[in-house]
Ligand binder design. Structure first.
Ligand SMILES: CCCCCCCCCC(=O)SCCNC(=O)CCNC(=O)[C@H](O)C(C)(C)COP(=O)(O)OP(=O)(O)OC[C@H]1O[C@@H](n2cnc3c(N)ncnc32)[C@H](O)[C@@H]1OP(=O)(O)O
Length: 243
């Protein structure tokens, strides 16, 4: 594999994450999906520990089930559907990051983490709400790891030849609080052949709550296409089984 120009790869693979979070040049559909996700995110957050009268809860469930009917799919879907066509037509690749479970503004599961990219440092800013609670008042360790995967996954793009997460080591130093603005830092440290080494930390003010080391392995970009095609085949198989 020849060494790509790092700056070009940054532009092609990293900055879409940052651009995806800007509010510029959004189609009406993307704007509406972001509004829906924001409303959904707030609803899920407010539902935790709700004070709604127990006698009203069934009525609320009825309303939600009726709303859910409007979004029902006839089959499982991938947020990457149509990606190849959009890319070939010069479409905006950043639209796909709208659906990321960590940074996606159109994904209600995403906290979301806001990504900034400096010369050498990736900074993620996030406030985890009650839905991410593990220990009382603190972020579940699995979500701490997921946040590192996203931020270190962005930092590895500084290598110029990004890939997939092969290994993620997390040291939980002190409980990571909910409802507090946190800073997640990620750095690319070195590259050895296809192996890309990164490290990061989570800060609550001056307190380091967690540290991580991530190993990424450069992959051929066609691997993403193979993954998408494998998904399509699986779904087609499931549909044939249902028929
Ligand atoms: C366009 C939008 C894209 C958005 C993408 C967002 C991604 C966000 C980040 C993720 O969440 S990725 C999802 C989680 N990761 C995975 O699902 C990856 C699953 N694993 C794999 O697919 C393969 O194992 C992998 C591509 C990582 C590596 O397989 P390969 O067959 O390409 O490599 P190989 O096994 O030959 O290993 C290459 C080198 O890495 C080393 N290596 C691989 N896995 C390792 C490991 N786990 N620990 C330590 N070293 C490891 C391996 O020893 C070897 O070292 P050497 O070159 O020194 O011989």
């Amino acid at each position: 594999m020849s060494d790509p120009d790092p700056q070009q790869s940054m532009e092609a693979l990293a900055s879409p994450r940052v651009r995806a979070q800007l509010d510029e040049d959004l189609s009406p559909r993307r704007l509406a999906l972001r509004r829906i996700a924001a409303a959904n995110r707030l609803l899920i957050e407010d539902m935790v520990g709700t004070q709604v009268d127990p006698g009203d809860l069934d009525a609320v469930a009825d309303e939600l089930e009726a709303l859910g009917e409007r979004f029902r799919h006839d089959r499982p879907r991938s947020t990457y559907e149509g990606m190849a066509e959009a890319a070939m037509a010069g479409g905006a690749i950043e639209a796909f990051f709208d659906h990321s479970p960590l940074i996606g503004l159109a994904n209600p599961l995403a906290p979301p983490i806001r990504i900034e990219m400096g010369e050498e440092l990736v900074t993620g800013r996030v406030t985890f709400g009650a839905v991410y609670e593990g220990p009382p008042g603190c972020v579940h360790g699995g979500f701490v790891a997921a946040a590192f995967d996203e931020v270190l996954g962005t930092a590895q793009t500084y290598s110029g030849a990004p890939g997939m997460t092969a290994r993620l080591k997390v040291d939980y130093r002190s409980p990571t609080p909910l409802h507090v603005p946190l800073v997640i830092e990620g750095r690319f440290t070195r590259r050895e052949g296809r192996k890309i080494f990164t490290e990061g930390r989570i800060l609550d003010g001056d307190t380091v709550t967690a540290e991580a080391e991530g190993l990424f392995v450069t992959i051929d970009p066609t691997k993403f296409r193979e993954l998408a095609e494998g998904f399509d085949r699986r779904i087609a198989g499931d549909q044939a089984d249902d028929a």
